[in-house]
Design a protein around this ligand. Structure first.
Ligand code: HEC
Ligand code: HEC
Ligand code: HEC
Ligand code: HEC
Length: 155
């Protein structure tokens, strides 16, 4: 199933015109992440949640969207592994950063989904929630939550 994502992505590369490729490697096989009748977590997640990664700071085991993403993006699966110990804070409630409420997790915490919308429909670089022009204007992305740090003339 997880390998399926890669194979389908490879086939899609051969079959589709360049403009469609912008959508990235999470292809239209929605059931790579969601399951309709064998859910492992809400909302209808079909991937076994990662239960070994811990939040830096609280030391609690990852949950929710983070556990889904890290169910594939870990060293054992070898799919672009993400290590929380070496990452931007996660699982924390914003204190100084301004984060739009609708992208926070259920307990008001920062999740992978605060920065990424992983859906195949998202054409942005690295599935970021903000268009960075293919990664050339990362300031536009950071400005989403850290507006005070950014040179507005360059956005
Ligand atoms: C890479 C993993 C991934 C893939 C692939 C994926 N989803 Fe999702 N989906 C998520 C996550 C994570 C959430 C939770 C987002 C949130 O709560 O903000 C979600 C939430 C949803 C929701 C609820 C959204 C809402 O606004 O309430 C729907 C509906 C949905 N997905 C449908 C789909 C469909 C249809 C596809 C295939 C085209 C798909 N998903 C593919 C990860 C994925
Ligand atoms: C079912 C497995 C699976 C899950 C769950 C999953 N991904 Fe992925 N993701 C992949 C694969 C496969 C790739 C492509 C890896 C490669 O090209 O080497 C990928 C690539 C990515 C990329 C890089 C995109 C690019 O254009 O280079 C990002 C960013 C990403 N995933 C974020 C997420 C986030 C955030 C979540 C959780 C909301 C998530 N993924 C959940 C399988 C998954
Ligand atoms: C979706 C919102 C969001 C985005 C986008 C975002 N951040 Fe953050 N950032 C936060 C939150 C929340 C914190 C936790 C501290 C706080 O609330 O002020 C934080 C903390 C930080 C910290 C302090 C780290 C630490 O260990 O104390 C740095 C540095 C930082 N962010 C840099 C960036 C940069 C650079 C970008 C763009 C590439 C970025 N952030 C994008 C929400 C975000
Ligand atoms: C504060 C914002 C932020 C959060 C939170 C965040 N990411 Fe990212 N992520 C980014 C940015 C920005 C990039 C692109 C970095 C670049 O290209 O320089 C990225 C890149 C990635 C990539 C591609 C790595 C590669 O080698 O190209 C993956 C996979 C990914 N993120 C997964 C995740 C997962 C899983 C989580 C949650 C555990 C997460 N991200 C949380 C901002 C974030």
């Amino acid at each position: 199933m997880r390998r399926g994502i890669l194979i389908l992505a490879a086939l899609a590369v051969l079959a589709m015109p360049a403009a469609v490729l912008a959508a990235g490697p999470h292809d239209n096989d929605c059931t790579d992440c969601h399951s309709l009748h064998d859910t492992k977590a809400d909302p209808a997640f079909g991937v076994v949640p990662n239960s070994s990664e811990k939040y830096r700071g609280s030391g609690q085991t990852v949950s929710g969207t983070d556990a889904l993403c890290l169910g594939c993006h870990n060293e054992a699966e070898g799919i672009m592994p993400i290590l929380l110990a070496k990452s931007h804070p996660l699982g924390v409630r914003p204190r100084k950063a301004f984060v739009p409420q609708e992208v926070l997790g259920r307990n008001g915490e920062l999740t992978c989904g605060s920065c990424h919308d992983p859906h195949p429909s998202n054409p942005n670089y690295k599935y970021l929630r903000i268009d960075t022009g293919g990664g050339r204007n990362m300031g536009a992305f950071c400005a989403y939550c850290h507006e005070a740090m950014v040179d507005k003339n360059e956005l």
